[in-house]
Design a protein around this ligand. Structure first.
Ligand code: MN
Ligand code: MN
Length: 470
């Protein structure tokens, strides 16, 4: 048996040497990893809109004993609470023993993903085919969204106040819909176009029918589709005006790779960070400073709108929380926010050997190396980014090392190759400590994105370490 000192030294050496997290796992780690990833795969298979994510997170929270903040009169240490904003954003709290003024430990992520939104006057017929007209949401390579099976998810709000939930294309017996592309045999002109012009935004028309309704003189195919929709959902064509319907890739997320080490699924940006953040707060029972997890909408179009991160929702909820603690004042709200620490999570780009030229190998994320942290994001000289303070990063490193979490510092790509924004800078406006963190992906914003299971597991453990130690 080696002496204690030697064992300790060796372990330390190993943890530095082993960059790939897979190499450190014992059987029990793999069991926990697979259990988390199975649950995650199921989550992204059914949660394909922000509303579906909110509904599922609330259901999970209620199972854990969380109560609706708006329905609670008094709040005390140990309480577990949630609040929903207009069905499209949600915040979870585990109330700490310390006064809220001392600040919170906040996990944040977004639950909206790139997709095709159905327009408000969508249904039309052209040459005996019925289509739904769309306007894409978020940054997409449009040519990736044609010739794949698509589903329709969303809500139709009727004048009588009722809300009809729609999901078409997910059940094995459901039909799917989709967008056509030109056959290669006639694509000589198309193939000479720039990638941005091969498929244009206004051409993302979803084919939904080809069978005419008998005895209908005008637009009989459209009439038939509308009749089927009306019969199933009890809605009329005018109800599309007050609908929010999203066309998304149809089908479930899958294990990816012959070794099953990855997951391929739609909308992993950023439901991968949302799910793991929620799991981490669910695993946190008692805490010193209050833990919060905020999952927001509209990040992909600039965090705007009532349900995006720039909305006053979170600030208002902190005021509500303080009020229910009997501690409300304007100053207390400001102190609670300013004294907080936050992991603002969003996906990062994992190094892809098929496209090495856009990455700087020393400073990018790799599959299997764990939770990815970005001191800054932005583009062209860090423009628009939150630049995390090194004092905060040092504290995080200590917390992550203490809990043996694998992590990596990563920039999104090479300087001046592009860039991206997150919700980090918005929360930093309150003068809290914020850093970008999350899971690295291949195929970001494509219909099917890929993530490493080891990174999912390490990131969830990283959030737990943050909640315990910061
Ligand atoms: Mn994105
Ligand atoms: Mn994102």
């Amino acid at each position: 048996m080696a002496d204690k000192k030697t064992v300790k030294k060796d372990t330390k050496k190993d943890s530095k040497k082993v960059k790939n997290a897979w190499l450190k796992y014992a059987a029990k780690d793999l069991k926990a990893l697979n259990s988390l990833c199975d649950e995650y795969r199921d989550f992204i298979s059914v949660c394909k809109t922000e509303r579906e994510c909110v509904d599922e997170i609330v259901a999970m929270a209620e199972k854990q004993g969380y109560k609706n903040l708006y329905e609670v009169k008094k709040v005390k240490a140990g309480d577990k609470l949630y609040a929903v904003n207009k069905g499209k954003a949600v915040v979870l709290f585990v109330v700490g023993t310390e006064p809220l003024e001392k600040g919170m430990k906040i996990l944040g992520a977004h639950i909206d993903s790139p997709r095709l939104d159905i327009k408000q006057n969508p249904l039309y017929e052209d040459t005996e085919l019925a289509f739904l007209d769309t306007h894409y949401y978020g940054g997409i390579k449009k040519y990736q969204w044609v010739t794949i099976p698509m589903a329709i998810h969303g809500v139709v709000c009727k004048k009588d106040g009722s809300v009809v939930k729609v999901v078409i294309g997910e059940d094995d017996k459901d039909p799917v819909v989709g967008i056509s592309d030109l056959l290669i045999h006639l694509a000589q002109d198309q193939m000479d176009k720039k990638a941005a012009k091969v498929i244009e935004g206004e051409d993302l028309n979803v084919l939904v029918g080809s069978m005419p309704l008998k005895d209908e003189e005008k637009d009989a195919v459209k009439a038939n589709v509308m009749k089927l929709i009306a019969d199933k959902y009890d809605i009329e064509e005018a109800d599309f005006m007050s609908a929010e319907l999203e066309v998304v890739p149809a089908g479930r997320a899958r294990d990816y790779g012959i070794d099953r080490s990855m997951i391929m699924g739609y909308g992993q940006d950023d439901r991968i960070c949302a799910f793991t953040s929620a799991k981490a707060i669910f695993n946190c029972s008692s805490i010193d400073r209050t833990a919060a997890c905020i999952l927001v909408d509209k990040e992909e179009i600039g965090s705007v709108g009532a349900t995006g991160m720039t909305s006053a929702f979170f600030e208002n909820i902190i005021a509500e929380l303080l009020d229910k603690m009997g501690a409300y004042s304007e100053l207390a709200v400001r102190r609670a926010l300013q004294n907080s620490h936050m992991l603002s999570s969003d996906v990062n780009a994992a190094f892809d050997p098929n496209f090495p030229s856009v990455m700087e190998r020393k400073n990018c994320a790799y599959f299997g190396r764990g939770m990815a942290f970005s001191k800054f994001t932005g583009s062209r000289g860090k423009s628009g980014s939150n630049d995390a303070n090194p004092e905060f990063i040092a504290k995080l490193r200590a917390a992550l090392d203490k809990h043996e979490v694998s992590y990596q510092m990563a920039e999104l790509g090479k300087v001046d190759q592009g860039g991206g924004g997150t919700i980090a800078y918005i929360m930093a406006k309150y003068n809290m400590e914020v850093i970008d963190s999350g899971v690295a992906l291949h195929n970001m914003h494509a219909p099917w994105e890929v993530a490493s299971k080891a990174d999912i597991y390490e990131t969830e453990k990283g959030y737990e370490a943050f909640l315990k130690e910061i």
